[in-house]
Design a protein around this ligand. Structure first.
Ligand code: AOF
Ligand code: ZN
Length: 342
């Protein structure tokens, strides 16, 4: 069947298989960071899928290895005539696992279809080169935009050496993020938006709040409404609290503590380089959020706006119209960040 297809049909078939690989990759969400999510599909001549796999957890087998392992013994002789679709270039380095390109070479795959080149400088095209040198036909850039979007966090961390930064706040219809001091705490979220927020947290490595928010809200910043890991708390050291204060919830969760006198950009690099944080959600308060906005250190802003006005209180961070556009241009090579309103 595959051989009778027109070029256009072949392209459509490639995309369909890559879409399946993307679907598989997503199963790794919340479990593989700081590694990327990766999916792989093995297709025998005639178009039958004989193997599937994905990267399941950090430190574990890569997608290609799991896909090869999933092939039934009876289908193994088909591997040299088969195509493997992988959302990310097969690796060429000895990391926690041996190079996938070697495995694919050993199995003799006729063709390797790749979504995007691995931005990890240890790989960066070497996997593709190795496979081509071994005689495999390598096609790259299949559903590249989708593959990049899936791993914006990994790509940002690898290329900018800082986490993907999401600023997040909830505001009243008239643009306040909190009521006046001493007033009862205003609630802007609905049960549904809270659940979505927790889902988002479960996909995020770390979560940062400023000292005012830490002391006035005493937040827990867990993902209790969604299955998954709680993000690591990130705080700024301050004389207003000390590490022995058992009343502050976040202190019991082994927070990363940043030096407030270090420039924000350097602190962001440190999160990535020293702690392996590839994504950071900044949850407030307004002063901290504003400092991220002003330094242009963000990839996405998520604003939740309540239909009800508050009339007075702490104004939401100010984003200039120009900055709103910047939020889009900050996106990494085709991956779209931006301002989302929920
Ligand atoms: C692949 N397939 O499924 C993944 C890849 O420490 P390791 O050995 O797990 O290697 C991690 C690096 O390997 C990671 O930074 C990225 O460059 C690549 N991830 N590569 O061929 C996979 N997860
Ligand atoms: Zn690999």
């Amino acid at each position: 069947m595959e051989y009778d297809m027109t070029a256009q049909q072949k392209e459509g078939f490639d995309e369909m298989m890559m879409r399946r690989a993307l679907q598989l990759a997503l199963n790794g969400a919340g479990g593989v960071s700081p590694n990327p999510m990766v999916g792989a599909v093995i297709v025998a001549p005639g178009g039958r899928i004989i193997g599937e796999g994905w990267h399941r957890r950090y430190g574990g087998a890569h997608a290609e290895v799991n896909a090869v392992r999933s092939v039934a013994a009876a289908d193994e002789p088909l591997l040299p005539q088969s195509t493997i679709y992988v959302t990310l270039e097969p690796c060429s380095h000895h990391g926690k696992t041996p190079p996938c390109s070697l495995l694919l070479r050993e199995k003799g795959f006729r063709r390797v279809a790749v979504g995007m080149v691995d931005p990890n400088p240890k790989v960066a095209g070497r996997g593709i080169r190795m496979l081509r040198e071994a005689g495999a036909e390598v096609t790259t850039g299949i559903l590249e935009t989708e593959c990049r979007r899936l791993n914006v966090r990994f790509i940002t961390a690898q290329t900018l050496r800082r986490p993907w930064i999401q600023l997040k706040w909830a505001e009243s219809a008239d643009g306040y993020i909190a009521g006046r001091r001493g007033e009862e705490r205003a609630i802007f979220s609905s049960p549904l938006s809270m659940t979505l927020m927790h889902k988002e947290r479960a996909m995020t490595d770390a979560i940062l709040v400023g000292t005012d928010t830490l002391l006035t809200d005493n937040p827990s910043l867990t993902t209790r409404l969604w299955p998954g890991r709680d993000p690591v708390p990130v705080l700024f050291r301050s004389e207003r609290w000390d590490e022995s204060d058992t009343g502050i919830r976040l202190l019991s969760r082994n927070p990363i503590i940043l030096d407030p006198d270090t420039p924000l950009a350097d602190n962001m690099h440190l999160l990535m380089e020293r702690h392996g944080i590839t994504s950071l959600m900044v949850e407030g308060g307004s002063r901290i959020l504003q400092s991220f906005v002003d330094s242009g250190l963000y990839d996405e802003i998520r604003i939740e706006r309540s239909p009800a006005p508050l009339h007075a209180g702490t104004p939401a961070p100010h984003i200039a119209e120009r900055t709103r556009h910047d939020a889009y241009s900050h996106a990494q090579g085709g991956a779209r960040g931006g301002i989302k309103k929920t």
